[in-house]
Design a protein around this ligand. Structure first.
Ligand SMILES: Nc1nc2c(ncn2[C@@H]2O[C@H](COP(=O)(O)OP(=O)(O)OP(=O)(O)O)[C@@H](O)[C@H]2O)c(=O)[nH]1
Ligand SMILES: [Mg+2]
Length: 605
């Protein structure tokens, strides 16, 4: 069988993984002259394209000097760390990208820890050396120190280094080289990445690391073959994580090259292929030789840290905008999600609600965003951290937070974070008028913080965080300072009322928006909630008004995106999500019930 190398590309968010894969695809001659190529080709789904981030790990393959190189591009955002964890076992080495200016960031630490644990010896790619403020030597030192802290072996500490400007298609072994291609990196992959172990002569052992779906052929498992061969039409044994075994026939065997998929007849150990014919296949399952089924260890993924409740929408506008609104439909959709995404979990809570657990707000928002695009309607509660009992002690997730802020704002950032129980662990001037401040903070303290951070730094700060560990519960943290403006009427909002209300705070609605009693239509400038009437029209009088007071000026409403709304809400509020709208509402729509609930809560304290 052919010569193979398997690698994953891992890094902190935006350090250039997908861009690097583009260049490897282009420069290995995978495309013909006529093929049109675009940027970040592997970011193929709509939300990935819109946001310019990778969400799902995806594999591709290139042929270079007669060697097949299978490459898995992974997401860098901390919320999708589960995707990275599960592919690390499928490869024999990793390309660890580090931005030549930003250096080691929270998610760099996370992916390095996981890669070293598995025993990989990473190839370190110092990327973006074209940046003016690049300091490649400093970054290599940082990476060395990080490996050392993470308990790297001697061999892992002697990692190969290569410098790159992926955007320009350049890689070089030393900074003074004038090479203008990716060839040095491609050669390094052939030299440094170990060949797959195992043999074609052994019984089949293959593990599924991601799932696909095709309308014609059904569920597809994308898998690495660790031992043996697999052929089209062959009967093999599917072994599930719980040990259950089912025999089935391979109805389709698919190979990868570049962005193409093609039918193949046979594949051998070390290769990555897609297989159809097993409707019950899940991530982590093995396919084995029916004569002697020896499944591979199930994939272990770190537990979720955050939960929210997805519930059937019961607002007065329920069912008017969505296609799928029932509890059954929502549950089916969540089942489908958890099948392919082993970093998420859900549990039914009563009749019409589901507690969905994930790694962070973005992961949960992306699921919700996908669902609304598919026509779902539902409500989401405020994210809560998952508390775990460890040795009899109540523990909560802590995060490592790195803030890069212009010097003049560092004081206010430290102060606000202090109230959220963050402890500063490091502070260094970055030389360009900004400071890098590192904190350890309970994940709870980060909920809803991003908006505040952007305000505190006039939009110039950059913050990044990544899961650290579970630690003993750290006491209460401050939450939203402002109350809500709550509608007391149902109907369509009127420009005249909004004009009169906008002195009271920041509006979330525009004239002619649908509103209902209990819906939150804005943020009050004070701490308490205020019931207001946004549907009241101007009193008609017989006296003709002078033209002047008709030209009222409406301040544009704050754009409540799903993310924004989720960050903003408190425990007594919900976000109503439909394919058309994102609305914020009180859990209790009825004002007197709301007051009673509030009073009860105060009495309990
Ligand atoms: N200056 C410079 N910019 C680069 C380079 N490589 C990538 N970029 C830019 O960095 C940004 C992020 O690139 P991506 O390839 O999407 O990064 P990524 O690591 O795949 O990001 P995630 O998948 O979201 O973690 C894009 O705007 C790229 O154009 C480089 O070598 N130099
Ligand atoms: Mg990417």
């Amino acid at each position: 069988m052919r010569d193979i190398r398997n690698i994953a590309v891992i890094a902190h968010v935006d350090h250039g993984k997908t861009t690097l894969v583009d260049e490897l695809l282009k420069q290995s001659g995978t495309f013909s002259e006529r093929d049109e190529t675009e940027d970040r080709m592997m970011d193929s789904n709509d939300i990935e394209k819109e946001r310019g981030i990778t969400i799902l790990a995806k594999n591709t393959a290139i042929d270079y000097k007669d060697v097949r190189i299978n490459i898995i591009d992974t997401p860098g955002h901390a919320d999708f760390g589960g995707e990275v964890e599960r592919v690390l076992k499928m490869v024999d080495s990793v390309l660890l990208l580090v931005d030549a200016q930003e250096g080691v960031m929270p998610q760099t630490k996370f992916v390095v820890k996981k890669a070293l644990e598995i025993g990989h010896r990473p190839i370190v790619v110092v990327n973006k050396i074209d940046k003016d403020a690049a300091e490649p030597d400093r970054v290599v030192d940082e990476v060395f120190d990080l490996f050392d802290q993470m308990g790297a072996t001697e061999e892992q500490l002697e990692f190969p280094v290569i410098y790159a400007a992926a955007k320009n298609g350049i890689s070089k072994l030393s900074l003074d080289s004038d090479n203008e291609t990716m060839i040095p990196l491609l050669d390094m992959i052939l030299e440094e990445v170990p060949e797959p172990t195992g043999s074609d002569d052994n019984g089949l052992q293959l593990q599924v690391f991601t799932l696909g779906y095709d309308n014609f052929i059904g569920k597809i498992g994308i898998a690495r073959i660790f031992n043996g061969t697999i052929s089209m039409g062959e009967t093999v044994t599917l072994v599930k994580a719980d040990g259950e075994k089912v025999n089935g026939r391979v109805t389709k065997l698919i190979g990868f090259k570049g962005l193409e998929k093609m039918d193949i007849d046979k594949a051998g150990h070390g290769d990555i292929v897609a297989i159809a014919g097993f409707e019950t296949v899940d991530v982590g399952d093995s396919l084995c030789d029916p004569k002697n089924p020896m499944p591979l260890d199930p994939l272990h993924i770190e537990e979720p840290t955050l939960s929210v409740t997805f519930a059937v929408n019961n607002s007065p506008l329920a069912g008017t905008e969505g296609k799928f609104v029932t509890s059954n439909k929502i549950q089916e959709r969540l089942d489908a999600e958890m099948n392919t995404n082993i970093a998420m979990q859900y549990e039914a809570k009563g009749e019409a609600a589901f507690e969905v657990r994930g790694r962070g707000e973005l992961q949960i928002t992306i699921l919700a965003e996908n669902m609304r695009r598919e026509g779902f309607e539902f409500s989401i509660s405020r994210p809560e951290v998952i508390v775990r009992e460890i040795d009899g002690v109540k523990c909560e997730p802590f995060e490592h937070l790195v803030c890069d802020v212009p010097d003049e704002f560092s004081g206010s950032v430290i102060e606000t974070l202090g109230k959220r129980k963050a402890v500063m662990s490091n502070m260094v001037p970055m030389g360009d008028g900004s400071t890098r401040i590192e904190f350890e903070i309970p994940a709870r303290g980060l909920i809803g913080y991003r908006g505040q951070f952007l305000t505190d730094t006039k939009g110039e700060g950059v913050m990044n965080h990544s899961f650290l560990e579970f630690r003993p519960h750290s006491g209460s943290v401050t939450s939203r300072m402002n109350g809500a403006l709550v509608s007391m009427e149902q109907g369509e909002s009127v420009a005249y009322s909004i004009f009169n209300l906008q002195d009271r705070g920041i509006m979330f609605i525009s004239p002619q928006d649908k509103v209902y009693g209990g819906m939150v239509i804005g943020e009050h400038s004070r701490a308490n909630d205020l019931d207001v009437n946004p549907v009241k029209a101007k009193q008609q009088s017989n006296v003709r008004s002078s033209g002047a007071d008709e030209a009222i000026k409406i301040i544009p409403a704050r754009d409540m995106s799903l993310e924004h709304a989720l960050e903003w809400i408190e425990d007594d509020e919900l976000v109503e999500v439909t394919p058309v709208s994102i609305r914020v509402r009180k859990r209790e729509l009825d004002p007197s019930a709301r007051r009673r609930a509030e009073k009860q809560k105060k009495d309990l304290k």
